[in-house]
Design a protein around this ligand. Structure first.
Ligand code: EPU
Length: 442
C-alpha cells in the first residue's frame, strides 16, 4: 500500500487553492442525515479516509451510503438500518462513531457502541457526553469486560444539561439526541465551534427546531425530519490554515478560496502579529504571502473563538522561521505535540517547557489529573534552516505539519503515514503539486 510521501523541499510554493468540504462538518452532517426520513443528498463531501470509513460503517449497519466521488456528492439514508450495534473495527478507526447513539436509539430504543477510537491526541474520554445522555433520560452502562457502551432510551429524551466543560462533538450529539425530544430541551455551556452551526443549519432546514444563542442551545422536539433540497458542506477552515501556513513557511504565496473570514479570524490576527502577509481579495478569497522575516509569537489554544487547537501544529512549523523564541501552550487536548520529535529530526530547535499554571483543572479543557505528567507547552527557537529527514506521522494535523516541514527543508524527506494525513485532507499531494511542490506518494 502506498503510505509515504517523498518530498523534495526548499523552494517557495505559489498558486491557488480551492478548499474542500470541511471534514468536521461532513462527518456530523452524514450522521445527522440518518435522522432524516428518506435521507439526504449532500454536496461538497471531501474524499478523505474518515468519510470513507464512516460510509462503510453506515453500510455495515444496513443503511444507504453512496458516494459519487467525481461530484463529491453523497446520498445517505438510514431508513433501512437493521443493526443496532457498531463493530469494534469501525469504532477503532473513526471516533465519531459514538454519534450513532442518536440515530440508533431513535430507531431501536437501545444500542451498543464501543469506546471510540480516532486520532491519538490524548485520552479523549466521552464522560461529558455520557453524563449529557443520562441527563436527558438515556440509561448508559459501560461494559468493562467488552469495552462497549450499552444505551437504552425508554420514551422521549427530555430535560436540561449543563456541560462542565464544553465539548464540540458532545454538543452535536446532544443536539441530535434532542431533536425528537419531549417539549423543549436546554443545553448550556455548549461548544461554539462554527461547524456546530452548520450542522444546526442542516437540521433546521430539515424541519428541526433548534435555537443557538452563544453557548446556550434550545431544542424543541418535532415529530420527524424531511428534506427535499441537497445540502452543501462548507469549506474546511483547517485546510485553509494548513495551506496558508505552507505558503508562508516556504516563503511563497497562496490564494485561498472559498472560506468566510470569520472562520479563520483568530489565525489571521496571530499571523499579522507574526508579520505574515495577508490580503483580502473578496469576502471569501484571501492571499497569504511571505513579506519578510516572521516575528516570534506566543499562542495558547482554546475552544472557538480562540486560536484553534487544530492549527497549533501548523503554527509551530511556521514559527521555526520566526526570529526569536515562540511559545505554544496546548490547552484543549493532551498529546498534541507528536510532531515535536519529528521536526527536531529536520533540525528544528523545539523544547518542552512547563510554564506555571495556577489552576490547571480550570485552565485546561481536558479532564486534568493532578497525578499525571503532562507536556502541554513548547518553546521554539528561530529562524532555523531545516534539512531533509525520515519522518513518521502519528496524528492528522501533525501529518500536515511534517509535510510542511519537509516542503520547507532543503533536500529529500520521507514522510511515512500518508493515510493518517489523508483522514482529513483531500488530494493533499495533488494540491501541493499544484503549488509547485515536489511531492510523490509511494
Ligand atoms: N473531553 C472529555 N470528555 C468528553 C468530551 C471531551 O474529557 O466527554 C475532552 C477532550 O478529550 C478534549 C476536550 O475535552 O481534551 C475538548 O474535546 P471536544 O469534545 O471539544 O473535541 P472533539 O469533539 O473530540 C472536535 C474535532 C477536533 C477539534 C476539536 C476542537 C471532530 C471530529 N473533531 O473534537 O478536530 O480539534 O473538536 O474544535 O469534530 C481534527 O480535525 O484534527 C480534530 C481533532
Amino acid at each position: 500500500m502506498e503510505d509515504a510521501y517523498i518530498i523534495n523541499g526548499g523552494k517557495p510554493l505559489h498558486g491557488q487553492i480551492k478548499l474542500s468540504g470541511a471534514k468536521n462538518v461532513a462527518l456530523k452532517v452524514i450522521i445527522a442525515s440518518l435522522m432524516v426520513e428518506g435521507g439526504a443528498v449532500l454536496h461538497n463531501i471531501p474524499r478523505i479516509n474518515d468519510v470513507f470509513e464512516l460510509l462503510n460503517l453506515i453500510k455495515a449497519l444496513g443503511g444507504r451510503a453512496e458516494f459519487d466521488k467525481e461530484k463529491n456528492t453523497v446520498v445517505i439514508d438510514g431508513d433501512n438500518i437493521n443493526k443496532n450495534e457498531v463493530d469494534l473495527l469501525f469504532a477503532s478507526k473513526i471516533r465519531v462513531s459514538f454519534m450513532l447513539f442518536a440515530p440508533l436509539l431513535k430507531k431501536f430504543g437501545r444500542c451498543r457502541i464501543p469506546n471510540p477510537g480516532g486520532c491519538r491526541i490524548g485520552a479523549r474520554p466521552i464522560d461529558r457526553i455520557v453524563d449529557g445522555m443520562k441527563a436527558l433520560g438515556v440509561a448508559v452502562r459501560y461494559e468493562h469486560d467488552t469495552g462497549y457502551y450499552q444505551a437504552e432510551m425508554k420514551g422521549k429524551p427530555q430535560g436540561k444539561f449543563i456541560f462542565g466543560k464544553p465539548s464540540h462533538t458532545g454538543t452535536e450529539l446532544l443536539i441530535l439526541m434532542s431533536i425528537f425530544g419531549e417539549g423543549t430541551i436546554l443545553l448550556e455551556n455548549c461548544a461554539r465551534e462554527p461547524e456546530i452551526k452548520d450542522m444546526i443549519d442542516f437540521l433546521n432546514t430539515s424541519g428541526a427546531k433548534i435555537k443557538q444563542n452563544g453557548a446556550v442551545i434550545e431544542i424543541t422536539g418535532v415529530a420527524t425530519l424531511h428534506r427535499s433540497q441537497p445540502f452543501a458542506i462548507t469549506a474546511d477552515r483547517n485546510e485553509a490554515v494548513t495551506y496558508a501556513s505552507l505558503a508562508i513557511a516556504t516563503k511563497g504565496e497562496a490564494i485561498i478560496s472559498s472560506i468566510p473570514e470569520k472562520m479563520i479570524d483568530s489565525f489571521i490576527v496571530h499571523l499579522q502579529a507574526a508579520n505574515g502577509g495577508y490580503e483580502k481579495i473578496n469576502d471569501t478569497t484571501f492571499r497569504f504571502f511571505y513579506k519578510g522575516e516572521l516575528k516570534a509569537t506566543n499562542i495558547e489554544t482554546e475552544p472557538h473563538p480562540g486560536f484553534m487547537t487544530d492549527w497549533q501544529p501548523n503554527w509551530a512549523v511556521l514559527m521555526t522561521q520566526a526570529k526569536g523564541i515562540s511559545l505554544i501552550t496546548e490547552r484543549v487536548f493532551e498529546n498534541r505535540f507528536s510532531y515535536v520529535e519529528e521536526l527536531r529530526k529536520l533540525g528544528a530547535e523545539i523544547e518542552f517547557i512547563k510554564p506555571p499554571v495556577s489552576n490547571p483543572a480550570e485552565y485546561f479543557f481536558f479532564n486534568f489529573d493532578p497525578v499525571k505528567k503532562y507536556n502541554q507547552a513548547i518553546k521554539i527557537k528561530g529562524p532555523v534552516k531545516l534539512h531533509g529527514g525520515a519522518l513518521t506521522i502519528a496524528d492528522l494535523r501533525a501529518g500536515a505539519t511534517l509535510a510542511i516541514g519537509a516542503l520547507m527543508a532543503e533536500g529529500e524527506s520521507v514522510v511515512n503515514g500518508a493515510s493518517i494525513l489523508e483522514r482529513g485532507y483531500e488530494n493533499f499531494d495533488e494540491k501541493v503539486r499544484s503549488l509547485g511542490g515536489n511531492i510523490v506518494k509511494i
